[in-house]
Design a protein around this ligand. Structure first.
Ligand code: TUI
Length: 312
């Protein structure tokens, strides 16, 4: 499945793993890259030295290209941005902000820069700043989200920029991959399904919740605070949404989610923790290895795109 993105990144399949906070660590990233996709380390709010260690661990497990996702709201973003250069990380993806101030430094170091955006305007701005490609992430995605769905965001982004677009949000099987290509994407980013792979170090309680989730089992908290976050519905989302509707102040709401993702991912507290996942959780039915998942996504999409099913 050769596309502009596989050529740009030197990977075999046009499949990128989401740079998910607490989830995207070196075992997962190395497994995805070794299987021919692009594995990512999610720097989230971790200190720069943690990121450096993770990068070095990935390199012990695979010689193939990989990347780091830098969450720009992190207090350590400046230091992490430098670690990416020092460790000669081949690809960086960015989230939750504008990476403009790091762009020159990364480009001079030969790092491929792929910002994640949730609107056409952000995509256009990133292209102007020198981005090599863009991830257009629809609000079906888990975690911090924008307003538009993947179905409308991807084609409008593909029309607005020259650089290749990677579709994200709601993609968990080959139909989603094929659909993304039809919408103008040159690759996909998958998060939720990779959480449930055998190489993922996430607590089994978290994986089981995703497997059991149905179509309507995610909720978006924080719409009124300007920080909308999608997670599986549980005691935390119920209490948060109740308080949010009551008009409880922002600071008090924030306290409810502080450390919530760690609690769910590491401790397995899926009741009071934040079990971030996309709407595609309802489509994730079994655990498999990263290689099996990539083969499944690519195989199914390839069959569909060759036109064997659509006109039958
Ligand atoms: O970043 C994500 N998803 C995330 S990040 C996260 S961890 C977190 N920690 C603290 C607060 C909030 C989140 C969990 N999930 N997705 C990519 C994404 N980026 N979605 C939306 C954006 C985005 C937002 C604003 C991209 C650019 C942007 O630009 C602002 C600007 O100045 O233009």
């Amino acid at each position: 499945m050769k596309t502009e993105i596989t050529e740009l990144l030197g990977i075999e399949y046009p499949i990128v793993q989401g740079g998910m906070a607490w989830v995207a660590e070196y075992h997962l990233a190395a497994a995805v890259s070794e299987a021919g996709g692009l594995g990512l380390i999610g720097a989230a709010s971790a200190p720069a030295e943690w990121v450096r260690e993770q990068v070095r661990e990935v390199r012990k497990l695979t010689k193939k290209p990989f990347g780091v996702n830098i969450m720009l709201m992190s207090p350590y973003a400046d230091e992490v941005a430098k670690v990416i250069v020092e460790e000669q990380v081949p690809v960086v993806t960015t989230g939750a902000g504008n990476p403009e101030k790091y762009m020159t430094m990364w480009k001079e170091a030969g790092v491929k820069v792929i910002p994640v955006v949730a609107s056409v305007a952000q995509a256009v701005r990133m292209e102007r700043n020198g981005a090599d490609a863009i991830v257009a992430e629809g609000c079906e995605a888990g975690g911090h989200i924008g307003e538009s769905t993947t179905m409308v965001l991807v084609p409008q982004t593909a029309d607005a920029v020259e650089i290749p677009v990677i579709a994200a949000g709601g993609i968990a099987d080959g139909r989603g991959v094929a659909a993304a290509f039809m919408l103008g994407a040159k690759a996909v980013q998958v998060g939720t399904h990779f959480v449930v792979t055998t190489e993922s170090q996430v607590h089994e309680n978290y994986k089981d919740r995703i497997i059991k989730a149905k179509d309507i089992d995610t909720k978006v908290t924080g719409r009124t605070t300007g920080h909308p976050v999608r997670a599986l519905r549980n005691q935390m989302t119920r209490e948060y949404l109740k308080k949010e509707a009551e008009g409880v102040p922002f600071e008090e709401l924030e306290k409810m989610t502080l450390g919530g993702l760690r609690k769910a991912v590491v401790d397995g507290d899926v009741n009071t923790g934040s079990v971030m996942a996309g709407q595609s959780a309802g489509m994730v039915k079994e655990k498999m290895s990263c290689a099996q998942l990539i083969q499944k996504l690519a195989g199914e999409a390839d069959t569909l795109l060759k036109g064997t099913s659509i006109y039958e």
